[in-house]
Design a protein around this ligand. Structure first.
Ligand code: 5AD
Ligand code: SF4
Length: 439
């Protein structure tokens, strides 16, 4: 009987990708995934450190496994991800239920750590090893899965925005070599994947070893676009200062690169941008957006915003609203600032939480209006939808348009089909598509 592994994933797409890879590594060590913690022989929490009180939430989640461990003394509990990296040994000290703590750079060592804890030991590994963790993980089996996949191409970040833990939890920026990425992408396509999203904390800083010297992200995308059967390429998340000319150009001349870009700016106030250590002004960001839109006029923009950053005044916040008005986002994420221990901004005086809440609501109302406007602008247009899974109604399929809008459509075509549709209507969070006659 294979042992059962339950993984709970928090946070970003990179954690989703990492969880898949951990499941595969543990598969090679005799584990099969289960969707219920109750029947697991091992529970892994793949944690995220980006939100407020992240570590505290992990400790309370772990406390809930007490009963399970009492019922099954052989149950092993592990903590992975960015809280594991940030807390390290402290987790084992504070929560005796935990057997294993593994940082994001050490997942390839998981099977060896598992063997150690099976023998009754405890294992902690939060190193930043030299080797590429993915090269040491087994190939990805993809039984009956969606036609879309994530592919991590770089990890870590050297930007040190004053609010952000990523440079500490994921470490310095490291790019995977081109050849490994190509091999993984080709393998995914052989298994039916039609759309690949290249992942990295700061993905457009990619500079992986190519044939002769390092390649930038644009060159990697252009090379990936030559893979037959791969229809769509996306990437996330980017820093404005790493949007190089060639990458902007690729948005115009590489048809497989989708017209959607997540380009966080965080604030529209130069004073706050400086305090955030973003190393660009609002004006530079707006100019950049203009240049990208020259290359690809129909590009749908997405972003991240933080309100209530230390010392943010009403005028600073107004500058953020102005920037949002000027850009016109198709979709965006906005957060209330919260201090992350160890980051420079954590030392600074905070904005009154009620004021921050009020600003968040105002920003979200504006972003929501823009999102609805962008969706409504799609009505009447012809788009291509990559069918991903059956919808709620019989005969219905759901997929994503080029612009990453969720579209449902009645069709007998299977998942993985790139279906041309006409957008008939826009609702809260999705679009309704109609197949076109004669196709
Ligand atoms: N407080 C609020 N939001 C944050 N983010 C990162 N750190 C913090 C923080 N300390 C947001 C940023 C980033 C996104 C992933 O999370 O907007 O782009
Ligand atoms: Fe964090 Fe992104 Fe800034 Fe890097 S660029 S420090 S990941 S917010």
């Amino acid at each position: 009987m294979p042992r059962k592994l339950f993984i709970k994933t928090y946070g970003c797409q990179m954690n989703v990708y990492d969880s898949e890879r951990m499941a595969e590594a543990m598969g090679a060590a005799g584990y099969e995934q289960t969707a219920t913690a109750e029947e697991a022989d091992m529970i892994l929490l793949n944690t995220c450190h980006i939100r407020e009180k992240a570590a505290e939430k992990v400790y309370s989640e772990l406390g809930r496994f007490k009963g399970l461990k009492a019922a099954n003394p052989d149950l092993k509990i592990g903590v992975a991800g960015c809280v594991a990296q940030a807390e390290g040994e402290e987790i084992i000290r504070r929560q005796p239920l935990v057997d294993l703590v593994v940082g994001p750079q050490s997942y390839h060592r998981l099977p060896a750590m598992e063997a150690k804890v099976r023998d009754g030991g405890r294992a902690v590994d939060t190193d930043f090893p030299e080797e590429d963790k993915f090269a040491h993980l087994p190939a990805r089996p993809l039984p009956d899965r969606a036609p879309t996949a994530f592919l991590t191409v770089q990890e870590g970040c050297d930007k040190f925005c004053a609010f952000c833990v990523v440079p500490y939890t994921r470490g310095a920026e490291v790019s995977r070599p081109v050849a490994r990425i190509l091999a993984e992408a080709e393998d995914l396509v052989t298994r039916g994947v039609r759309e690949i999203t290249l992942l990295g904390q700061n993905v457009n800083a990619y500079h992986g070893e190519g044939e002769v010297g390092p390649w930038g992200l644009a060159r990697l995308i252009r090379r990936l676009a030559k893979i037959d059967g791969l229809a769509r390429i996306r990437f996330t998340t980017s820093h404005p200062n790493d949007m190089e000319d060639d990458l902007i150009a690729a948005h115009g001349d590489c048809p497989k690169l989708m017209p959607y870009l997540h380009l966080p700016v965080q604030s529209g106030s130069d004073r706050i941008l400086k305090r955030m250590n973003r190393k660009h002004t609002a004006e530079q960001y707006l100019r950049l957006i203009e240049r990208i839109r020259v290359a690809r006029p129909d590009l749908l923009l997405s972003g991240d915003f933080i309100v209530g950053f230390p010392e943010e005044t009403e005028a600073d916040f107004q500058a953020t609203l102005d920037l949002v008005e000027a850009v016109g986002y198709g979709q965006a994420y906005s957060f209330k600032y919260s201090a992350r221990p160890g980051t420079p901004a954590a030392e600074r005086a905070t904005v009154d939480p009620d004021v921050a809440d009020d600003r968040l609501q105002r920003l979200q109302a504006l972003l929501k209006r823009q999102q609805i406007a962008a969706q409504e602008a799609m009505v009447g247009r012809n788009v291509t939808v990559l069918l991903e899974k059956p919808g709620r109604l019989p005969g219905q399929m759901i997929g994503k348009s080029d612009y990453l809008h969720a579209v449902h459509v009645t069709t007998d075509q299977p998942r993985g089909t790139l279906l041309p549709v006409r957008i008939a209507a826009s609702s809260a969070n999705s679009l309704a598509g109609e197949t076109m006659t004669g196709l």
